[in-house]
Design a protein around this ligand. Structure first.
Ligand code: ASP
Length: 356
């Protein structure tokens, strides 16, 4: 692609999604499907040539609902290989439906201070005002610059920069769908420059040695008014290796569900997250039957500020790395204390995490 020796080298991996979705030539009716590869996406944005020396990899060409955690483990290995070969940054383009999960998985798996930036689009290239080209340009500008070093995996869309740990898709069609409700965005783009207002400490001590072939199934269930515990009772029989329960409010379930969760938690990791989409699991406020205090004494594992889908990613990767119950508990604790860790000025965390 661009071979300007003075520019940082950025590798663009395409995985499909709206940003890559079109009709066949001349077709006007019917929906769009992922058809464009990384090279097509890069060639559609001539401004990129001034930002970075680009390498393109068409890694997958699917709707993001068809991506798997195994795909992301394989992608993380390729990104790590590119960094070892001297790339300055990596950009991943994919469908927005699962960005909040894939970006968090990359955040956990790629141990490097160089930026990994995930982006996509809400308006496909056949619509008026497609946002894919601007999002790709912004993502490469973030990945190529020094500003995002040490921030882990980022999600860049709509000229906003979000930390993978906190970001969520919040709207079915708006280009402003991505928000980080608990903390807000880390920064934004102005005239092509990344502006970073906040730096979240990088994640340490999260699973290494993940085996792509052995990512065990983890169930994600959401509690609701008048829930009976029928599905929870089936989790082990169906072959799941763990459960994330998205509980009500600060971590609450109907009282009659508690014995079923407690029974499961005596054999499998059961993680307690909140269905609210923002804030942390409480630990010591309520003591009614089915409260967070009740559930944590059973003992469910608090997801902290991780929402259900992100908690499921962490639990899956820990189990794929062979972590036992104690290690799962410690890793969730580490992630949740990472936000209160002091940031050492000028330090760039590099590879080298605690092995699980
Ligand atoms: N609506 C999705 C997107 O934004 C489709 C997908 O996630 O693949 O790309």
């Amino acid at each position: 692609m661009n071979h300007d020796a003075g520019l940082p080298r950025v590798v663009v991996f395409s995985l499909g999604g709206t940003i890559a979705s079109t009709n066949t030539a001349g077709e006007t009716a019917g929906g769009v499907t992922p058809r464009l590869g990384a090279r097509d996406l890069v060639e559609a944005v001539p401004q990129l040539q001034k930002v970075a020396e680009l390498e393109t990899v068409s890694f997958r060409q699917v709707a993001s609902s068809d991506l798997t955690l195994q795909d992301i483990v394989a992608l993380a290995a390729q990104i790590t290989g590119c960094f070892e070969a001297g790339a300055s940054g990596a950009v991943v383009t994919q469908g927005t439906d699962t960005i909040e999960e894939t970006s968090f998985a990359l955040d956990l798996l790629v141990r490097d201070h160089r930026p990994v930036v995930v982006t996509g689009a809400m308006r496909n290239p056949t619509l008026a005002g497609p946002d894919g080209p601007a999002n790709l340009l912004a993502a490469v500008q973030v990945a190529a610059g020094p500003e995002a070093a040490g921030l882990g995996t980022l999600v860049v869309l709509n000229d906003e920069i979000h930390a993978a740990r906190f970001v969520r898709k919040t709207h079915t069609s708006s280009p402003a769908t991505f928000h980080s409700p608990t903390v807000g965005r880390l920064g934004w783009m102005t005239e092509g420059r990344p502006r970073i207002a906040f730096r979240a400490p990088t994640l340490e001590g999260i699973p290494t040695g993940v085996n792509e072939q052995e990512v065990p199934p983890v169930a994600l269930l959401t509690s609701a008014l008048g829930d009976d515990s029928r599905l929870i009772a089936q989790v082990e029989t169906l072959g799941y290796a763990g459960l994330v329960i998205e509980a009500l409010g600060g971590g609450h379930v109907p009282s009659h569900v508690v014995p079923v969760l407690a029974d499961l938690a005596s054999r499998l990791p059961v993680v307690l997250a909140s269905r609210t989409g923002s804030g942390e699991i409480l630990r010591e406020t309520y003591s009614f039957p089915g409260s967070e205090r009740d559930l944590l004494s059973r003992p469910l594992i608090p997801a902290g500020f991780l929402d259900g889908p992100k908690a499921r990613i962490l639990l899956s990767l820990l189990l794929a790395a062979g972590a036992n119950l104690d290690r799962v508990r410690t890793a969730f604790e580490q992630i949740n204390t990472s936000i209160t860790a002091p940031i050492v000025s000028g330090a760039h965390p590099t590879a080298g995490a605690t092995a699980y």
